[in-house]
Design a protein around this ligand. Structure first.
Ligand SMILES: [Zn+2]
Length: 631
């Protein structure tokens, strides 16, 4: 892709960052915010009923899911879920620790806290909340952060509850399985104004916000604890909401692809216009072409036909060559139609003539299908194999999407994939989705509370770097590495508890661990307490500095073992002074002639010989001391 002038195309990006908070319990109950593995202790089922908001409106997408009889199967265990999570009991009081962290983050982003926290219900259509809605409370508004030289306007900071984890779909295709251990874990949601004008800038802003959130010291660590949603628009395109970008470094790619996708759709619109395609010629008229595939060699279709299901086809006039057009890598116009068919028709996918012959479908079969729908040269045909109901809904969605191609880019909610491309998720939800929660009382934010939060405000990263340099005499590079790798607390704890030289600890926690990681050592297998224990051993003189890496590496391969176990297993027990003297005496005897000739000038040479013998089992300081006494 050639370089794009982002200002010229009117690119505007807003970010919505969700980060799990680590405050010991969930947002509205005291359950452990912990995910469980293995078999659940409790399972229960729910059908979601569409709820009306106070104006009596029902979200169309909710009633849709309801009509289709979708069932939700929830799994839980006692440690991470209670009656609140199962919607058998009203929510308890708002978690004050979570509120304090949200306030701290808001104040660090120069936002104005609200006077009263009102908890709202936000309708959630997919069953990921047992109640059918998610709680959300605005904590602060209107702030700013500095990213490089630019000031980025911040819109809101809210407290929300995380949703249940989707585990899978049962074979019936209508039962969705969720785990509610994650449901109710506090999240802070931070939104920027749409004032970001390039993909790279979006990534830098997300990094800066993530940094501030981590600076609170109260956020979860690991995979899946931060999620970035992007609102992307360009002048002639549409506002697209992209959900669920998990990796920070993917943000710019996702935006670049989205621009590419919108450009591609705009050129398709132009091409269809040129071909004289209008809405009227794209009719939802479906032909039953099941008979054509009775004896088909194409397994994907035969499976359906043999089950007595249907193959339906629709003509898309003037669409030849359009469906196969690639918008972004591995994503074609046909994929746009297919995504809609999957969502609205619950089918596995669609077939279209731009990709034929394929999947074992023969030229003859394609010709027959084209004839059945009355397609002439220049037309495209889409067909679907599934139950009558699903196939019908799927093709209906295909025609709707094909008609939208004539308008340009439809506004919608999409979900990000790991390769940076996006897929259709659902229609963009309207404002009808929020209404007040009456079971939770309003929480006043008093001046005292703000004062308390202000007096405990964490140290911002840049200040911390400066302090580490001054306090521990570290150079800028090491101090920065420690703060960036977020081991500053561990670093300071180790020094406070053990008194080991700061630069030794710093180099180990940053450069050494990084290079071990590069060599595929599973550094994550060693926890912070074990690392502390290694330095405690150094400080006690039971381990030499030189053997730190050896012990650490051993611990990565031997889980649940202690530093002492490592020292014994590696035969690194330190020599006592008496034992050391025996070794030294022997070396003196061996080198008697040279010592008699050169006297004290041989100490350096002897040091080398002794250290070679006792490597990792005696400190050079002690060896040197004994040698000096003896020579
Ligand atoms: Zn609970």
């Amino acid at each position: 892709m050639t370089t794009i002038d982002y200002a010229k195309i009117g690119l505007k990006i807003g970010l919505e960052i969700h980060q799990q908070l680590n405050v010991g319990s969930k947002l509205f109950c005291s359950c452990q915010p912990e995910l469980f593995k293995g078999e659940p202790e409790i399972t229960f089922c729910r059908y979601l009923r569409p709820t009306q908001n106070e104006l009596g409106q029902v979200d169309p997408s909710i009633s849709f899911e309801f009509q289709k009889g979708v069932k939700f199967l929830y799994e839980a265990n006692y440690k991470s879920a209670c009656l609140v999570d199962m919607d058998e009991e009203p929510p308890h009081l708002l978690n004050m620790d979570a509120l304090k962290v949200a306030l701290a983050a808001s104040l660090m982003m120069n936002m104005q806290p609200v006077d009263e926290v009102h908890t709202m219900r936000k309708t959630i259509i997919d069953g990921s909340n047992t109640t059918g809605f998610q709680h959300s409370s605005i904590i602060a508004l209107d702030g700013w952060i500095k990213v490089g030289e630019k000031v980025i306007a911040m819109q809101t900071a809210s407290l929300e509850e995380d949703a249940a984890r989707k585990i899978g779909v049962e074979d019936d295709g209508k039962t969705i399985r969720y785990r509610i251990d994650r449901l109710g874990i506090p999240l802070i949601e931070v939104t920027t104004a749409p004032v970001i004008y390039s993909p790279l800038e979006a990534q830098q802003v997300a990094l800066a916000i993530g940094r501030i959130l981590r600076d609170t010291g109260k956020v979860m660590r690991g995979l899946g604890v931060i999620r970035q949603d992007l609102n992307v628009s360009i002048s002639n395109g549409a506002l697209i909401e992209i959900k669920g970008v998990q990796a920070l470094e993917l943000i710019s790619t996702v935006i670049e692809y989205e621009i590419q996708r919108q450009f591609g759709l705009l050129s398709v619109k132009e091409e269809l216009c040129k071909r004289g395609v209008t809405k009227d010629v794209l009719k939802p008229e479906f032909a039953d072409v099941t008979d054509i595939f009775r004896e088909s060699k194409a397994k994907v279709i035969r499976k359906t036909v043999d089950k007595n299901q249907k193959v339906l086809a629709v003509k898309l006039s003037g669409f030849a060559g359009i469906l196969g057009k690639e918008l972004v890598p591995n994503f074609r116009v046909g994929s746009e139609l297919s995504d809609r068919a999957k969502f609205w028709g619950r089918v596995g996918g669609i077939f279209h003539t731009d990709e034929m012959p394929n999947y074992g479908i023969t030229v003859e079969e394609v010709v027959a299908v084209r004839r059945a729908v009355g397609a002439i040269e220049g037309d495209g045909v889409v067909f679907v194999a599934d139950s009558m109901e699903n196939a019908y809904d799927a093709l209906k969605a295909v025609v709707d999407r094909a008609q939208e191609l004539l308008i340009g880019v439809p506004t919608e909610t999409r979900v990000a994939k790991d390769d940076g491309t996006t897929r259709y998720m659902r229609p963009r939800s309207g404002a009808a989705r929020m209404y007040p929660e009456t079971d939770i009382s309003v929480q006043t934010i008093t001046d005292e509370l703000i004062k308390e939060v202000l007096s405990n405000l964490p140290e911002p990263a840049e200040k911390k770097i400066e302090r580490l340099m001054k306090q521990y005499l570290l150079n800028d590079k090491l101090a920065r590495q420690i703060v960036n790798s977020e081991c500053d607390t561990l670093f300071e704890d180790i020094i406070k508890e053990t008194g080991v030289v700061a630069s030794t600890v710093a180099v180990f926690l940053t450069e050494t661990i990084k290079s071990l990681k590069r060599d595929n050592v599973a550094v994550e297998n060693v926890n912070e307490n074990q690392i502390k224990a290694i330095f405690a051993a150094v400080s006690l003189g039971t381990l030499t500095k030189e053997a730190i890496i050896e012990v650490f590496s051993w611990l990565t391969k031997n889980e649940k073992q202690t530093v002492q176990n490592a020292i014994e297993a590696l035969d690194l027990e330190m020599f006592t002074e008496a034992e050391l003297e025996i070794v030294i005496d022997q070396i003196i005897v061996t080198n008697k002639a040279i010592i008699e000739k050169n006297g004290k000038n041989t100490i350096g040479m002897l040091m080398g010989a002794v250290m070679k013998e006792v490597r990792g089992k005696a400190t050079p300081e002690l060896v040197n001391k004994i040698l000096k006494q003896k020579i």
